[in-house]
Write a protein that binds this ligand. Structure first.
Ligand SMILES: [Cu+2]
Length: 129
């Protein structure tokens, strides 16, 4: 009886070949420029950070598009408090003091309209993809 099974040996050799192929392919994927659509797609898994400035009684940008897992920080640059409050009750910062900030992690896709409950004219939209 032969000591080595030729079929098992052939199968065994395929695995290192597959790993070698993957190792060659991975740097190519990693080298894709993070611009335009590519950058937007990468943020789906990246947990990117975004900032909304609250100043002069308005949210800037008023409409922000993010991806699930992204963090959004609202910074209050006015000398009085504001809130970031989902109109549908999905999130609420409560009062953000002057020079303070509030961070929210977007977990679920959707279009979230929000307001400042202290100043009804202040409105913004967080679109989560
Ligand atoms: Cu306000």
């Amino acid at each position: 009886m032969p000591h080595r099974d030729p079929l098992a040996s052939a199968r065994g050799n395929r695995v290192p070949m597959l790993i070698a192929s993957l190792a060659l392919a991975l740097p190519l994927i990693g080298a894709t420029p993070l611009t335009g659509r590519a950058a937007q797609h990468s943020s789906r898994t990246g947990g990117h950070a975004h900032t909304v400035i609250i100043e002069s009684m308005s949210f800037t940008p008023r409409v922000l598009v993010v991806h699930r897992g992204d963090r959004i920080t609202w910074i209050n640059k006015d000398p009085f408090p504001h809130t970031v409050t989902s109109a549908a009750g999905k999130f609420d910062s409560h009062e953000i003091s002057p020079d303070a900030s509030w961070t929210y992690v977007a977990r679920k896709a959707g279009e979230y309209h929000y307001v400042c409950t202290l100043h009804v004219t202040m409105k913004g939209v967080l679109e989560v993809r």
